[in-house]
Design a protein around this ligand. Structure first.
Ligand code: NDP
Length: 330
């Protein structure tokens, strides 16, 4: 089957040359396994880290081995008693058009799901859960407080902003195009601006006249430096991602924020969504309920074709996606 492998490790910006397509043989089905046809492949910023050999919270991808990640697939042959042919599943699977997987490695997507299956890679999957736990558990916004979310028009950020509105907070988002900004305002963000064209410090100060109580950081770098100047007493910062720095070839440097954290008694907490693994069912249940009640909206940028997975992945670093970047496989 057609398989996407890591051809070499990038230094700095990844390119199409770091990926390679090849045919791989699939093993025969054994009892307790299923043959899956890939329907949707998730491309996510964290995969940049896995392309490097550096030690992190997930093991690096191996060179000349298939890449893998969140996949929605259809069961096309089954030796499982729990996964009938025709059912849709989601799991962490290799980037292959077909794959053989143990039944326990995937979860069944409820047949009556009101949300499209691909949302199990977004709103009702890893990114939605990242927003849910990072905002509600770490930031804990109170009604009337000011919440800033960077990378606000992405898969995680779009959910963070809407959840913060549901908590009664005032929400400010940053994003990289005027179209994204317009979309955020439609979704109920109180303020949003284009960090590529606006004066970030001045726009933030104008949008947050009462300072910042919560910051959900998806991007790091200059935007984060500006937010730290506006922190209120007992501010809470959920350090979720640093995408502006993922392709750095040198140790990133910037202003030292420690004195600002000290003076405001702020709490800065890094987290990985898998820290909350035991609570994932709660998160999916709550996000599903809010979605079904019409309280949450979600966008996807769908790229068609297995052969376009590398382009969709590279597009994350160019801001090509609004909401979740997914690849639809015919
Ligand atoms: P997104 O859907 O937000 O896609 C990435 C977006 O990042 C792009 O669309 C782009 O939007 C923005 N971006 C790219 N380069 C830069 C840059 N140099 N400066 C500022 N923004 C940039 O991805 P996700 O929602 O999946 O992930 C968001 C963040 O959360 C990432 O940093 C990711 O690593 C992190 N994350 C962390 C998890 C955890 O467990 N801690 C789990 C999941 C995600 P724009 O047009 O606005 O520039």
């Amino acid at each position: 089957t057609n398989t996407l492998v890591l051809a070499s490790r990038p230094h700095g910006e990844p390119t199409a040359a770091h990926f390679r397509f090849e045919e791989q043989e699939l093993p025969a089905l054994q009892p307790g396994t299923v043959l899956l046809k890939t329907r949707y492949v998730s491309v996510d910023p964290y995969m940049r880290g896995r392309m490097s050999s550096a030690k992190s919270y997930v093991a690096p991808f191996a060179v000349n081995e298939p890449l893998s990640g969140g996949v929605v697939a259809e069961v096309v042959e089954s030796q499982s008693t729990t996964l009938p042919v025709g059912s849709l599943v989601v799991g962490n699977l290799p980037w292959q058009e077909y794959c053989v997987a143990p039944e326990k490695s995937v979860s069944l997507i409820p047949a009556g799901s009101q949300a499209p299956a691909s949302y199990y890679l977004g709103l009702l999957g890893m990114p939605g859960l990242t927003a849910y736990f990072g905002l509600l558990d770490i930031c804990q916004p109170k009604p009337g407080e000011t919440v800033v979310v960077s990378g606000a028009a992405g898969a995680v950020g779009m959910v963070v902003g809407q959840l913060a509105k549901l908590q009664g907070a005032r929400v400010i988002g940053t994003a990289g195009s005027d179209e994204k900004v317009a979309r955020l305002l439609q979704l109920g963000f109180d303020e949003a601006f284009n960090y590529k064209t606006a004066d970030v410090a001045a726009s933030l100060a104008a949008a947050a006249p009462n300072g910042v109580d919560c910051y959900f950081d998806n991007v790091g770098g200059a935007i984060t430096d500006a937010v730290y100047n506006l922190l209120n007493k007992h501010a809470r910062i959920a350090l979720c991602g640093q995408i502006s720095l993922y392709n750095s070839t040198t140790e990133p440097v910037g202003p030292r924020p420690e004195a600002k954290l000290l003076k405001t008694s702020a709490r800065l907490q890094g987290f990985i969504v898998s820290d909350y693994l035991p609570r994932w069912p709660e998160g999916v249940r709550q996000l599903t309920e809010w979605y079904n009640q019409g309280k949450l909206q979600f966008d996807e940028t769908v790229v068609e074709g297995f052969e376009n997975i590398p382009a969709a992945f590279l597009g994350l670093f160019a801001g090509e996606n609004t909401g979740k970047a997914v690849v639809k496989v015919a």
